[in-house]
Design a protein around this ligand. Structure first.
Ligand SMILES: [Fe+2]
Length: 388
């Protein structure tokens, strides 16, 4: 089991890639005392680790299997003292095989940074409904992007300036995509508001179900085939960490016209845009530092949620949490950890606030902040990996 699929899985998290790349640079430089990452001194691991990791990489080439060989051997030596069943709960087979002995080995099981230029992310939603990546040395949220109409953009600029928010030049790495307004929120997170077309979000045929007294699907099978296509329709919302929920809530309310949907004390606050809007397009989760928690993608049914989630788990991605139903927003959910320890959520059946309506925002007890039902919440579900 220890060496099963040692070289099959791709890089699992940024640390794995960082450490392998550092060993690659160690080989290239011939400097056996000073490890470098992207030509910068890098001392996260003792140089002895890179010296050892570089041996099979020099013999076999800089492959996933070669970079994981030494951590796997090291883990093998730790088996006699490791507790039975000590693999991290929910870890996929590929990662467990590379790192059965603990997080140190997991971090060392790496691949090539150059092939996984991930790390920073920018999220565009209610118009653009997309998420994309830009390259950086460490995983972190890059910016939030909101769409609006071309006619409203000058008014938003006027509001920002009137509230003393300084408009900034777009980050250089954004290139020609950097249209619209750029500014920092109170946590220093870049925010972009730009003109964009609003895209239709619900174009599927209705999901016809049978409930007591309402049997809409007659003489037809309800279970889909195992080959059901799972296609996220749009990016529905994202949740970010913040050290000050109220300060951030106040900022987005005053400057972008967002509105509180529901909250649970100082733990979390959900916000929607001017209706029509999902129950939340942005939520703020308390932590000591800012960071990215999850992005959520709408699919067509609970079948799509679970078939999609199971496919990702079968491919080696870590089960983040699910299947369950939230209280705030009411959506069914299943979360999957991406290789950089962010969460991606499949969801369906979220509460929607129609045009012209006012949502009855409430302050909920902590036990309602996460879910109505589902499996126990994993220990790291609320962990801010960007604060590590
Ligand atoms: Fe969510």
């Amino acid at each position: 089991m220890l060496f099963w699929r040692l070289g099959a899985a791709t890089f699992w998290d940024p640390d794995e890639a960082h450490y392998a790349q550092t060993s690659v640079e160690l080989i290239a430089s011939g400097d056996w005392l000073a490890p470098y990452y992207n030509a910068q001194p890098f001392f996260d691991k003792p140089v002895l680790f890179h010296l050892l990791q570089s041996i099979p990489m020099r013999m076999l080439g800089p492959t996933e299997g070669a970079s994981r060989l030494v951590p796997a051997l090291a883990a093998l030596t730790s088996l006699p003292v490791a507790p039975a069943g000590g693999a991290i709960r929910g870890e996929p087979a590929a990662r467990s095989a590379a790192a059965p002995g603990g997080s140190g080995a997991a971090n060392a099981a790496a691949v090539f940074v150059s092939s996984v230029p991930v790390t920073s992310r920018r999220w565009c939603f209610w118009n653009s409904r997309s998420a994309s990546r830009v390259e950086g040395p460490k995983k972190r949220i890059h910016h939030l992007c909101f769409g609006t109409t071309a006619a409203e953009l000058p008014q938003i600029q006027k509001t920002l300036e009137g509230n003393g928010v300084r408009l900034l030049d777009p980050p250089n790495e954004m290139g020609p995509e950097a249209s619209g307004l750029w500014f920092h929120d109170p946590d220093g997170l870049f925010v972009n508001v730009k003109a964009a077309d609003r895209k239709p979000s619900r174009t599927d045929p209705p999901w016809i179900v049978n409930t007591p007294g309402h049997y809409g699907r007659l003489n037809a099978r309800g279970a889909p085939g195992r080959d059901l296509a799972v296609k996220p329709r749009r990016l529905g919302h994202t949740i970010v960490f913040t050290p000050d929920v109220d300060r951030k809530l106040d900022f987005y309310t005053k400057n972008l016209g967002m509105r509180l949907s529901d909250r649970s004390g100082d733990l979390i606050a959900f916000m929607h845009t001017a209706p029509p809007s999902d129950h939340h397009v942005l939520a703020l989760l308390k932590d000591n530092k800012s960071g990215f928690h999850h992005a959520s993608f709408e699919v067509g049914s609970v079948d799509e949620i679970e078939i999609g989630a199971q496919r990702l788990i079968d491919k080696g991605y870590r089960n983040g949490w699910g299947f369950g139903r939230h209280v705030l927003g009411s959506n069914f959910f299943h979360y999957i950890r991406d290789p950089w320890n962010s969460l991606a959520e499949y969801f369906c059946d979220i509460d929607v606030i129609p045009d012209g309506a006012t949502w009855d925002a409430r302050d909920w007890p902590a036990e309602d902040s996460l879910y109505l039902w589902g499996p126990p919440t994993p220990d790291d579900f609320g962990r801010n990996y960007e604060a590590d």
